[in-house]
Design a protein around this ligand. Structure first.
Ligand code: 3HC
Ligand code: NAI
Length: 695
């Protein structure tokens, strides 16, 4: 097999090129190739070597696919040491992104030149590990402990100008990588420069107070996670040590993180995020062209969807009901874009150009005649949606994709309102639509493959995480949500308080507890959903009455200052309302329920068991293609802690037998609700996990 690392000479300069597409990950072959190149360079007449990469980026890090497998020599730490130990100068050229092991390789080299468009970073903590090839030791020696610790613990990508200011690189270049390396090497030859090793720099100073302050900040920003603080420990502990001692300590801590379940979960999330878009049935299917997007309805969702499209460079025609609604929708979009400008995410002149050239707002459906894809985001009513789709059928050009953003409704029924159901699919965005990364792509009975592929192409253009979902009430996320929310309501009726449930689930790692979320979304949403489902409510299903009481009392959550929590000047983020406990106690008394105590552990177990059980049904019925699709829905749309990997990854970690035991235990109180999903029972019986279905 040919090596991904090649060696050529240009006079006295050796040019060592890494070519391992797509991102030049430091796989075993790359490491061995660099090792061989160094052996050759050490014995060769060349006086300077340049290490650079082909393709779109310098090394993007260690090869993550090798994690969890037996290590194959040479290890990346050895490769970095070997680079540093060279007796002749070594220049590294950084283009694209030098991340993780990529930056560590660059730090092993003696001189660094960076393309102005490039970025560097140590994002290992996002994968639940720490920079394990010298990053926590060499970067502090090069730029100081605190700047290095900030980069390591934040995992952020540092742009070229800042990298130069900090001293991570020696110079910037606008050349292509090979030419940039050659130019630097020639200068070094002219100067007669020798090797220059970070390992020979003096130890970084440790400012204990600054370290303590950073530790507190990092702990607060990453609740429940171990990697960030361990990475900080590695940098701080190594600071007074010799480099070899520091590297040893780094390796020891790296190995503890490699063994942690958080590492497995975060890597599952990394690959899951990419795998959801790779559906076998779409292989080779060409999506339709996408340039102009139509949006119908400019409320919360339509406005957000329009902004998401505009920020991605697409043109938008937005339709509202009348002139007043058009003006309101446009003002809403302008306000959101102004927010982007204020936060520095969008330049003011770019915003002006977007508004002048890319956005049309009108109440005339005829303006949709050029749209390639039209997304309906009107009221959640089958009647209204059907009416809109039959009008679309008349105005949309042949081949235009027609999408609905419905949260729950039957996309097959909506599609049937047109003469072209093959062009129809669901595109379920999450609020706020220009921020939330999840996009459920609902594949209806007659959706044509290229229409589905176009949904995925839109997601890619919008930088969203697309998950295919089948048609059912609530698709993947909202269907499962309804069930685990019911499990929480049942615990409340039995004796738990909403505030205890929120606390327990926050401690588990959710961004917010379910009742705080309900207050944020508005308690009217839950009320409307219950009203809609009431006619088809199964006989055995139990609902609490108090949520309807709250709605009737006008307590709609944050927007009315009161829901489960009280929101006022004193506590803008809410404080528990004692009246809630009274309202619930009254309902228990009325129903003759004697409240019992719940431990936080039991709350989490039941809540998660309900979530996992419904998720197993969703996978079993083919609504979700694979368990990982459900996991990504929850990570990117429902605030599920990324470091736990998603409900079905978590289920595998705690063991399916344990989940089944929780379900059977709870079934003694409510056998109707707690029926184990057939897929869960099957997998548990066969001693397999959900991961076995991920392919
Ligand atoms: N190892 C293996 N595969 C990788 C990889 C890596 N480090 N980084 C990316 N890939 C794969 C992706 O899975 C994807 O594969 P697919 O096409 O089969 O889905 C392909 O490369 C392209 O990746 P993206 O779709 O993400 O491409 P983008 O252009 O959007 O982004 C990137 C490029 C910014 C480099 C992004 O891929 C990224 O952030 N990669 C991870 C970087 C990272 O975390 N590095 C640290 C690794 S850990 C480490 O180095 C440990 C060391 O300290 C010992
Ligand atoms: P909204 O009430 O904020 O906006 C609906 C808009 O549609 C209003 O501005 C209304 O004037 C307009 N409209 C109604 N009939 C119309 C017609 N015939 N032609 C043109 N415009 C019309 O509602 P929201 O929250 O934006 O929801 C829209 C859809 O998105 C619903 O189907 C909802 O279920 C779904 N959704 C809502 C989410 C949320 O968090 N709010 C999340 C995901 C989906």
């Amino acid at each position: 097999m040919t090596s991904p690392v090649t060696y050529e000479t240009e006079g006295e300069i050796a040019l060592i090129r890494i070519d391992n597409p797509p991102v030049n990950a430091a796989s075993q072959a790359v490491r061995a190739g660099i090792e061989a190149a160094m052996t050759r360079f050490a014995e060769a007449p060349e006086k300077v070597a340049v290490l650079y990469a082909a393709g779109r980026t310098f090394i993007a890090g260690a090869d993550i696919t090798e994690f969890g497998k037996p290590p194959q020599p040479p290890g990346l730490p050895q490769v970095c040491d070997l680079l540093e130990s060279q007796e002749k100068p070594l220049v590294c050229v950084i283009h694209g992104t030098a991340l993780g092991g990529g930056l560590e390789v660059a730090l092993g080299c003696h001189y660094r030149v960076m393309l102005k468009s490039a970025r560097v970073g140590l994002p290992e903590t996002l994968l639940g590990i720490l920079p394990g090839a010298g990053g926590t030791q060499r970067l502090p020696r090069l730029i100081g402990l605190m700047p290095a610790a900030e980069i390591i613990t934040s995992a952020r990508q540092v742009p070229a100008a800042e990298a130069l200011d900090l001293g991570i690189v020696d110079r910037l270049s606008e050349d292509e990588p090979r030419a940039a390396g050659l130019a630097y090497a020639r200068d070094l030859l002219a100067e007669g420069a020798g090797p220059r090793r970070i390992g020979e720099l003096s130890n970084p100073e440790v400012d204990e107070a600054a370290v303590a302050a950073l530790r507190e900040k990092v702990a607060k920003a990453n609740p429940g996670q171990v990697a960030q603080l361990t990475a900080l420990d590695a940098a701080v502990r190594g600071a007074p040590m010799t480099l070899p001692e520091g590297l040893k300590e780094e390796r020891r801590l790296f190995m503890t993180l490699m063994e942690s379940p958080q590492r497995g979960a975060l890597i599952h999330a990394f690959f899951g995020e990419r795998k959801v878009a790779q559906l076998p049935e779409l292989k080779g299917v060409q999506p339709r062209a996408l340039a102009q997007i139509g949006v119908i309805g400019g409320g919360t969702m339509g406005g957000g969807i329009a902004v998401a499209c505009l920020l991605s460079g697409l043109s938008v025609v937005l339709i509202e009901r009348d002139a007043e609604a058009v003006a309101k929708a446009r003002a809403g979009i302008e306000k959101t874009l102004a927010g982007s400008v204020k936060r520095g995410k969008l330049k003011a002149d770019k915003r002006d150009a977007i508004l002048a050239e890319k956005l049309v707002t009108t109440d005339d459906y005829a303006a949709l005649s050029d749209a390639d894809l039209i997304i309906e985001a009107v009221f959640e009513s089958m009647e209204v949606k059907k009416e809109v789709f039959s009008r679309l059928d008349d105005v949309a050009k042949p081949g235009a994709v027609l999408a609905t953003n419905t949260s729950y409704l039957d996309v097959n029924e909506i599609a049937a309102a047109t003469s072209r159901p093959g062009d129809v699919l669901g595109l379920h965005f999450f609020s706020p639509a220009h921020v939330m990364r999840l996009l459920e792509i609902v594949d209806a009975e007659q959706t044509a493959p290229e229409v589905l592929a176009t949904g995925f192409a839109l997601a890619k253009a919008l930088k969203k995480v697309p998950v295919r979902a089948g048609v059912c009430d609530g698709f993947i996320g909202n269907r499962i949500l309804r069930i685990f929310r019911l499990s929480a309501d049942h615990m409340i009726l039995a004796g738990a308080s909403p505030f205890q449930i929120d606390r327990a689930l926050k401690a588990f790692g959710f961004a917010m507890g379910p009742y705080a979320v309900a207050d944020l979304a508005g308690l009217d949403i839950g009320y409307m959903t219950r009203q809609r489902l009431l006619p088809t409510k199964p006989e055995g299903e139990r609902w609490g009455d108090w949520p309807d009481r709250l709605y009737e009392l006008g307590r709609l959550g944050r927007k009315t200052g009161r829901g489960y929590y009280i929101y006022d000047e004193e506590t803008p983020n809410g404080r528990p309302d004692p009246e809630i406990d009274e309202i619930i106690a009254a309902e228990r008394a009325e129903k003759g329920i004697t409240p019992r105590e719940f431990t936080d552990e039991e709350i989490v177990e039941r809540y998660m068991a309900a979530m996992i059980n419904e998720a197993a049904r969703v996978v079993g019925e083919g609504i979700a293609a694979r368990p990982l699709d459900v996991d990504m829905v929850f990570l990117f749309g429902y605030g599920f802690p990324r470091w736990r990997g998603g409900p079905l990854f978590y289920a595998d970690q705690i063991g399916l037998d344990k989940v089944l035991a929780t379900i059977r235990d709870a079934a003694r109180e409510d056998a109707w609700f707690w029926q184990p999903a057939p897929l869960l029972e099957k997998l548990a019986g066969e001693g397999r996990g959900f991961a076995s279905l991920n392919g």
